[in-house]
Design a protein around this ligand. Structure first.
Ligand SMILES: [Zn+2]
Length: 447
């Protein structure tokens, strides 16, 4: 029995535990395998990143030889990134970030690169180190970072590593911190993202000083609403920030202890001058059932939220006729440029750019003729939303795009791989039919 004791059993004995605790610990064995799997995962990430770079370089070489120039090679290398994104179902930005990391670490951080290949550190933490190393202006400091970080990176979480790197940067190049703040301030931004359950988030990037002041002000305003306000502090802060940004400050919802304060509606009828496109079955709008609506871009909204929006003054409805699968029936017109209703209908159908991994909102896309006009008609069946980048990609050598039926598109990329993209139904199928309703999902999976 003792011969089966592992190192874990021996250390238990050393701590003077009872005899029954000295048995081999199956959880410890499983934990060892977890650690081993993590190490292999990290090493495979390094291998995958190296191969991704190889794909790009092979595309670059192939194009610069065929077309005889560096410019052609660079264009092909750029589109190889889209090819990788589609093959991996990653965003383009994620592919670019991984490529940038592997190139940097390979050339400038040899010890970190060895550690990554050995699985001592994963891509997430390599990205943190690369992000810090890129900020150093003196190559000698990059070498110092490579030496020092290798000793600790395997034992740090990403957050710990980020703070460790920030301290090292401040120590070795203090003058740069001032300059970076000035530059970073030009990158301030406010971004929104639609979430789940009819909710969404706002990210605001501004100076640390303004943000601290903003945080204090929100808290002070939230507290100022009084102890009678039934909302939590988080709810009050969210309501206050929303009202202030939408110019609704000073209205009823901000009054301390107002009886309606805790019954705030998710849609406020004082939201004006903003265009939101929402689709909802007619029956649901009339209250005959509670089928959900959709904020264009694919965010489902509860029927009650859409009805509240419909009640708001200034809301305009367009009627879209859909078939049994919920797809909008054909809409066509003469001429090259789609008129606003046809363009709007195409945007509503597609929601985003129709490249497999792109999420550029349809209203920021070109309304592209899949088959160029005048060979292809200006119709629902031949229009699709493409962002500028993927509009250009469509014209690249080895790329083709077909619209098999309205909203169902097939991309063929230079590798010969094909991807089917299917717009979500604009409305729930009128007559639920397993065969028909399942068709879109099945086709999407076949990609
Ligand atoms: Zn796109």
């Amino acid at each position: 029995m003792s011969s089966q004791h592992s190192a874990h059993g021996a250390s238990s004995a050393a701590r003077g535990l009872a005899a029954e605790d000295q048995w081999p610990d199956p959880a410890a064995g499983a934990l060892d395998r977890v650690v081993d799997a993590e190490r292999r995962r990290a090493a495979m990430e390094a291998e995958q990143a190296r191969l991704m770079d190889q794909v790009v370089e092979l595309r670059r070489l192939e194009a610069s030889r065929a077309a005889g120039g560096r410019a052609a090679g660079n264009i092909a290398a750029g589109f190889a990134v889209d090819e990788l994104a589609a093959a991996l179902a990653w965003t383009r930005r994620r592919v670019e970030a991984r490529l940038a990391s592997v190139r940097f670490v390979h050339h400038h951080l040899p010890q970190v690169w060895s550690g990554w290949q050995a699985g001592l550190v994963d891509a997430y933490r390599v990205d943190v180190v690369v992000g810090a190393a890129r900020l150093l202006v003196d190559p000698e400091h990059v070498r110092q970072l490579d030496d020092a970080v290798t000793a600790i990176m395997g034992e740090c979480t990403g957050g710990q590593l980020r703070r460790w790197c920030a301290r090292l940067l401040a120590r070795v190049e203090p003058g740069e911190a001032e300059r970076r703040h000035t530059i970073a301030f030009t990158d301030r931004m406010a971004a929104t993202a639609q979430g789940e359950d009819g909710m969404g988030s706002l990210w605001l990037t501004t100076s640390a000083v303004d943000l601290a002041a903003l945080d204090q002000r929100l808290t002070a305003l939230a507290r100022g609403l009084g102890a009678d306000d039934p909302r939590t502090v988080d709810q009050r802060r969210s309501d206050l920030a929303t009202d202030l940004l939408l110019g609704r400050a000073g209205a009823g919802t901000l009054r301390a202890g107002s009886p309606e304060a805790g019954r705030r509606r998710p849609v406020d009828d004082r939201t004006t001058g903003i265009r939101l496109v929402v689709t909802i079955p007619w029956t649901s709008l009339l209250g005959a059932d509670d089928a959900p609506g959709d904020l264009v871009g694919g965010t489902p909204l509860p029927a009650s939220v859409v009805r509240a929006l419909a009640d708001a003054p200034g809301t305009v409805f367009h009627r879209l006729l859909t078939d049994a699968r919920g797809q909008v029936l054909d809409v066509s017109q003469l001429g090259r440029f789609p008129d606003p209703p046809l363009r709007l209908a195409t945007q509503i159908r597609d929601g985003t750019c129709v490249f497999p991994t792109c999420s550029t909102p349809a209203e920021r896309c070109d309304c592209d003729h899949t088959v160029a006009h005048p060979d292809g008609p200006t119709c629902w069946c031949n229009l699709a939303c493409l962002c500028r980048r993927h509009h250009r990609l469509k014209q690249h050598r080895g790329v083709s795009l077909e619209q098999l039926s309205p909203g169902l598109l097939r991309w063929t990329l230079p590798s010969g791989r094909t991807y089917l993209v299917c717009s979500d139904p604009v409305a729930e199928p009128a007559v639920p039919s397993a065969g028909e309703a399942g068709l879109c999902a099945l086709l999407a999976l076949a990609a």
